[in-house]
Write a protein that binds this ligand. Structure first.
Ligand SMILES: [Zn+2]
Length: 168
């Protein structure tokens, strides 16, 4: 996909959002972590990891590179059931090719059940490893829909991109 080169700003901000419907009999994966005790999981073409989808879109949007739907169309059989860590890795590679790297990220996951608080460190650790960042640069917060959307998972992510030293 060809996009015009981004202006070489020292910092660029990206934002992404993703949501999936939840249904019984599927694993619930968030931030690359399979959530133990989840009664339902995301209905999706891929593994339905809303956190990684929001984060990948945030990375792409920071450089005006479109969204993951353009790179991983949900009609393509080859992406059926795919591990969303590959989607994040692709977005990260596109960002790095353009001379940028993530500085810090902030992620909000909205889910009614199960409570994710006990998994905060594990999810942050997983995201940090996937992004090549220290855990102190990965902020993860959890919200519920207050019962408004009990069969729904949503994630929102903001990322700060830093231009690598020595890039033109
Ligand atoms: Zn998604």
């Amino acid at each position: 996909m060809s996009t015009p080169p981004a202006r070489p700003l020292p910092y660029r901000v990206g934002f992404g959002e993703d949501a999936h419907r939840l249904a019984p009999g599927r694993p619930l994966v968030l931030g690359g972590v399979t959530i133990p005790g989840a009664e339902h999981g995301a209905v999706a073409h891929s593994d339905g990891d809303a956190a990684l989808h929001a984060l990948a879109d945030a990375l792409l949007s920071g450089l005006a590179l479109g969204d993951i739907g353009q790179y991983f169309p949900d009609t393509a059989a080859e992406w059926q059931g795919m591990d969303s860590r590959l989607i994040l890795a692709r977005a990260l590679a596109l960002v790095r090719e353009r001379g940028y790297a993530p500085g810090n990220v902030a992620l909000v996951i909205t889910l009614d059940r199960p409570k994710l608080g006990p998994l905060r460190a594990e999810i942050a650790r997983s995201l940090a490893a996937l992004l090549g960042l220290p855990e102190s640069d990965v902020g993860v917060s959890f919200k519920t829909s207050e019962g408004l959307a009990p069969a729904h998972v949503q994630a929102r992510a903001t990322v700060l991109l830093l231009r690598a030293a020595g890039e033109p």
